[in-house]
Design a protein around this ligand. Structure first.
Ligand SMILES: Nc1nc2c(ncn2[C@@H]2O[C@H](COP(=O)(O)OP(=O)(O)OP(=O)(O)O)[C@@H](O)[C@H]2O)c(=O)[nH]1
Ligand SMILES: Nc1nc2c(ncn2[C@@H]2O[C@H](COP(=O)(O)OP(=O)(O)OP(=O)(O)O)[C@@H](O)[C@H]2O)c(=O)[nH]1
Length: 441
């Protein structure tokens, strides 16, 4: 199971952005130093009491578009209900209860998701004069905070964490390959899924070891078991056109969290957009396998170098995922779609691959001989020993003499040597640097 997702909802002006910023200030970012990773405030990674979760901001409601306000609010709440494990429902403790709070509350109550009712703007130690009114919403005890002053935030996060689903909760068996098909609206996600499912694959109604979500689509090619995660939203053509880009990014988040491999579908005519970067960044940060699928290739007029030029621009725009293979397909003509499943299987294996410690240390030893580690003030970096501590994604612990001496560029060099020797195509690689004291060897 992926990291839990927490969504913040509430009517305009209750302080959602202020709240989000306050929490985002505490964010931990695993790949923070990596250049090119697009940071956007749609989501932030948070750690509280050893629990990691993703906080999503369902976004502001545009005050200009008058008639649309109720619909937008409704959509925002729906989105939170669809994607989040815990919902923080923010209301204004100074202004008191108003009718749009009731509307949102009705939707949230019906969702069966854990909802925390949070009175914001309670800037003093005293209880809000409206405190008891909020019980009427039927969501339980209100929690008082001041996002502006940072009061009550810790207690609130304690409550949030308590409501997370059991981390031991069963998902699919280890060897079921979980695939998220992600991308902007209209790039051809459903068409690709349908084509893949159409080709001799058997959709299975039940699959070993699952408490599975009805919106997933498990299938098998006779050899391996797969599941397209969270595809209901894709198959069920939504009536409400999701104009707001943010919505489709958020929709992708929970699917990515649960996936082993993400297929990022890009429209060949449009090329890589900002939104694609956000989604790819999310896959990368969450350590998922990634395949970049350029769809609608039939619409492109080809000259000698068209494909290479396209690859070049994708590599530039998505520089931090250069490990991801790029495939050019057409869901319309079926071109190269038969290769997709093999690619998925391949990347899933790379993502779960473990290399022997002996071979790993040989590669690193050689790497250090070929290209001396950096030094500073007469002290040179030493890597004493390395071991692969985890898979999905492959994670290496490097025991070194001094963390300060490990530069990004050298880490990158080590990563490249590991990739050259072992592959790991399609998966990010993580490093943990550990100082080994008394470390001469
Ligand atoms: N006194 C006080 N003011 C607050 C607090 N939190 C937010 N505000 C103020 O409330 C106003 C609205 O805050 P935002 O964070 O923009 O509210 P929002 O819910 O994101 O609003 P939309 O983007 O319109 O949905 C701003 O003027 C904030 O400064 C608080 O804890 N105490
Ligand atoms: N020419 C061409 N059209 C395609 C291709 N793949 C999909 N389309 C068309 O693009 C449109 C969108 O395809 P969908 O599969 O519905 O896209 P989607 O990404 O699932 O869209 P949303 O449900 O809005 O997220 C449809 O009209 C498809 O027929 C392709 O490879 N070539």
């Amino acid at each position: 199971m992926g990291k839990p997702i927490v969504a913040v909802v509430g009517r305009p002006n209750v302080g959602k952005s202020t709240f989000f910023n306050k929490i985002a200030g505490r964010r931990i970012a695993i790949v923070e130093d990596e250049p090119g990773v697009t940071r956007d405030r749609i989501y932030t990674e948070v750690e509280w009491l050893n629990h990691k979760f993703t906080l999503i901001d369902t976004g502001g409601i545009e005050p200009e578009s008058e008639e649309i306000i109720p619909a937008q609010m409704r959509r925002q709440a729906e989105l939170a209900i669809e994607t989040a494990n815990v919902i923080v429902f923010l209301v204004d403790g100074r202004e008191g209860l108003i009718s749009s709070d009731r509307e949102i509350a009705d939707m949230l109550r019906k969702s069966k998701k854990p909802v925390l009712l949070v009175l914001n703007k309670v800037d003093t130690k005293e209880q809000s004069p409206h405190y008891f009114d909020f019980y009427e919403l039927g969501i339980g005890d209100p929690i008082e905070i001041s996002s502006a002053l940072g009061l009550g935030i810790g207690d609130l996060l304690d409550e949030v964490v308590k409501n997370f689903p059991n981390e031991e909760a069963e998902d699919y068996d280890e060897d079921v390959i979980k695939v998220a098909v992600i991308g902007k609206p209209n790039v051809g996600k459903s068409s690709i899924i349908n084509k893949v499912l159409g080709e001799d694959r058997v959709i299975v109604s039940d699959i070993a070891g699952t408490t599975r979500d009805a919106i997933d689509t498990p299938f098998t090619d006779g050899e391996d078991q797969y599941v397209f995660i969270d595809t209901a939203g894709i198959r069920r053509k939504s009536k409400i056109k999701e104009h707001v880009e943010r919505y489709s990014v958020i929709r992708s988040l929970s699917a990515v969290e649960r996936a082993d491999v993400c297929l990022l579908i890009i429209d060949a005519e449009e090329g890589v957009t900002e939104q694609d970067k956000k989604i790819a960044g999310f896959s990368h940060e969450n350590g998922k396998g990634l395949i970049i699928v350029i769809n609608k290739w039939d619409l492109i007029e080809k000259e000698t170098n068209t494909m290479n030029q396209f690859i070049k621009s994708v590599r530039t725009e998505l520089a931090y995922c250069e490990y991801a293979p790029i495939v050019f397909v057409s869901a319309l003509t079926g071109q190269r779609l038969n290769k997709i499943l093999d690619k998925i299987k391949f990347v899933a294996n790379q993502h779960a691959m473990r290399v022997p410690t002996g071979a790993l240390n040989e590669v690193i030893g050689e790497a250090m001989l070929l290209n001396q580690p950096p030094s500073d003030k007469g002290k040179r970096l030493k890597i004493f020993y390395a071991t692969q501590a985890a898979v999905k994604p492959p994670t290496f612990v490097l025991f070194i003499n001094d963390k300060e001496l490990m530069h990004f560029s050298y880490q990158r060099y080590i990563e490249n040597r590991i990739r050259e020797n072992f592959g790991f195509e399609g998966t990010p690689i993580r490093f943990i640097n550990r100082e080994k004291t008394g470390g001469e060897k």
